[in-house]
Design a protein around this ligand. Structure first.
Ligand SMILES: [Zn+2]
Length: 167
């Protein structure tokens, strides 16, 4: 059996303390603030803390870059209908690794580092972050199946200041 990483022991301890003082029993699964956020998996972003929200307030979808892809779009369309997510925020961030690399360079760096063949690896790199965000907002707004009450908003999170700059 693989040995458990040391960090898991810390997670177990921290979670035991969290569960001991848990106060969110019975919170409904629908987002109380009717919010859905899509943001990057970047470890510097703590979504609920950024907006002063609590358990049950907001749905969060995360991926590399905080950007649309077909599967994410399906999730959002679904959430707009069955989870009452009326306010949808797309929030990538400054200094995102997905927006600071070129595909060829990334592929060769990964191949060199791992010894594996990354020549057909297709990460969703971002060329121009603000323009990409505007395109994602426009694409989602125009989706024919999105709930008609849903509104879509773009925002850029600044990892140096914690400030959200709205599109
Ligand atoms: Zn990122």
């Amino acid at each position: 059996m693989t040995q458990e990483p040391e960090v898991l022991a810390r997670l177990r301890t921290a979670n035991a303390a969290y569960a001991d003082q848990f106060g969110a029993a019975g919170v409904p699964g629908r987002a109380a603030q009717r919010l859905l956020l899509i943001t990057c998996m970047d470890s510097r972003i703590v979504p609920h803390a950024v907006f002063g929200l609590e358990e049950g307030d907001m749905k969060v979808i995360r991926n590399a870059g905080g950007q649309l892809n077909p599967e994410v779009v399906n999730d959002i369309v679904l959430a707009s209908h069955v989870l009452d997510c009326e306010c949808i925020v797309i929030m990538p961030h400054t200094k995102c690794a997905m927006a600071s690399q070129k595909l060829d360079g990334l592929r060769s760096a990964l191949s060199t580092k791992s010894g594996k063949d990354f020549s057909s690896f297709e990460p969703r790199l971002i060329d121009e972050p603000t323009a990409k965000l505007a395109r994602d907002v426009a694409e989602l707004e125009a989706h024919p199946l999105l709930h008609e009450a849903a509104t879509v908003h773009g925002a850029m999170y600044d990892v140096d200041t914690g400030r959200v700059n709205w599109l």
